[in-house]
Design a binder for this molecule. Structure first.
Ligand code: GLV
Ligand code: MN
Ligand code: MN
Length: 420
């Protein structure tokens, strides 16, 4: 007599986490730097998106791509409303780390697996989302997928976004098989969401210092990107007397130093992390130096003061050197205070008490889709400890135990929020 084969044990969040992490690991990884180059609407991005779709389908979730190219995986009826949504993004900065974005997406699927293994029941629909183009590495503007959906980026503005090769965002979408005709505000979709919770690797060391694996976000600093175009005169590097030069690199260099000084004085941050030079020849004085400033501060007034002072310093130096300067604000995101009611509810679910500050509640200087959505739906974030605080670098890291603590915390939160 053959005995009935017992059903396989349910896949736990931990086991599925390992498997998903192993699958995603090679996608878009640069062999020399060890960092990730998963830019929006490129081949690496398509592989990540295929991976997301496969994860959704293998779990029997309803898979959708919205008009703005964001991917959704639904458990329950998407149209029922009051949905509990979690997720993050899969794209990266140039030579980014493995965790910024993917940790949130992988943890979302793993948390669902954990909940199914627990036999949890949901009274509300649940969804996992992968927002497109969060980092803005290719088109210069961060959080394009969520901004479009929330109406914080108009169709006209999106149509003007261009990558370094002159390819526009709609052209890139089309080349990747996504119809750009439908992009734009998606209030109907956002109105289905009752709460959005994004789990993210911490991009600082607050949790390491407090000794906690998981924390809750309080606020996102206001932040923006400004393009500084310094125009001078191209000339021969060997034959042009120093006094005869109009070298925009000098004004640019002074501006970098001013950014550091002003940020330090104000307790803010200011970074020139990207530069383009024309004609970009070793033996030519540049005709154009274009530098991108990223600046962030705890409050709007401080940020305005810092950026204003950097711009003044740039103008003074440019004037002295006969350099033309144009400054364009390419993007701006105001301060985000995450909704207190949802934050307190999450703290309660996690068995902690925000009133007594027993749970680490952290502000952050990093931008997130959760910040963009917070203007439209109740939104919260969980952070997972990063022992070095390093992020936007191949050295970005979170310990396995902490990642799994994050999965359990997210599962608890989703289960708690999905109950009526
Ligand atoms: C995104 O990670 C940003 O803060 O720029
Ligand atoms: Mn990032
Ligand atoms: Mn991120």
């Amino acid at each position: 007599m053959t005995r009935p084969v017992p059903p396989p044990p349910p896949v736990t969040g931990g086991a599925s986490f390992h498997e998903m992490w192993r699958e995603l690991r090679p996608i878009g990884r640069h062999t020399e730097s060890g960092g990730y180059r998963r830019f929006a609407w490129t081949g690496a991005d398509a592989e990540c998106r295929d991976w997301f779709e496969a994860q959704a389908r293998s779990r029997g979730l309803t898979y959708e791509v919205d008009r703005n190219g964001n991917q959704w995986a639904w458990l329950g009826d998407p149209a029922a409303g009051d949905a509990v949504v979690t997720g993050s993004h899969l794209d990266s900065v140039p030579d980014g780390g493995a965790f910024d974005g993917p940790l949130g997406v992988v943890s979302s699927f793993a948390a669902l697996d954990e909940l199914r293994a627990r036999g949890a029941r949901f009274d509300k629909p649940l969804a996992i989302v992968n927002f497109g183009d969060e980092e803005g590495a290719r088109f210069g503007l961060a959080c394009v997928g969520s901004r479009l959906a929330a109406g914080q980026l108009t169709v006209e503005q999106a149509g003007r976004l261009t990558d370094g090769d002159g390819i526009t965002l709609p052209q890139a979408m089309e080349a990747a098989g996504h119809d750009p005709e439908g992009i734009g505000p998606d209030p109907e979709r956002l109105s289905r969401i009752g709460a959005f919770v994004e789990l993210h690797v911490e991009q600082g060391r607050a949790l390491d210092l407090s000794g906690d694996a998981v924390g809750i976000a309080s606020a996102i600093w206001p932040h923006g990107r400004w393009r500084f175009d310094f125009r001078g005169e191209a000339n021969h590097a060997g034959t042009t007397r120093l006094v005869d030069r109009r070298d925009p690199m000098l004004s640019y260099a002074e501006t970098v130093l001013a950014a550091r000084r002003e940020a330090r004085l104000a307790g803010a941050v200011a970074t020139f992390g990207k530069i383009s030079v024309e004609p970009n020849g070793v033996n030519a004085i540049p005709s154009l130096v274009r530098g991108w400033l990223d600046s962030r501060a705890e409050d709007q007034e401080t940020l305005d003061t810092v950026v204003g002072a950097i711009e003044d310093a740039a103008r003074d130096h440019a004037r002295e050197q006969g350099i033309e300067l144009a400054v364009v604000r390419e993007s701006f995101t105001p301060v985000v205070e995450f909704e207190h009611a949802l934050r307190d509810e999450i703290a309660r679910i996690l068995g902690r008490d925000t009133a007594d500050l027993k749970v680490p509640v952290l502000g952050t200087g990093a931008g997130h889709d959760a910040g963009i959505l917070s203007g439209s739906v109740p939104t919260a974030m969980l952070f997972v400890r990063n022992p070095t605080g390093v992020s936007h670098s191949p050295a970005e890291h979170a310990a396995e135990d902490d990642c799994l603590a994050g999965v359990t915390a997210l599962a608890d939160v989703l289960e708690g929020l999905a109950r009526r």
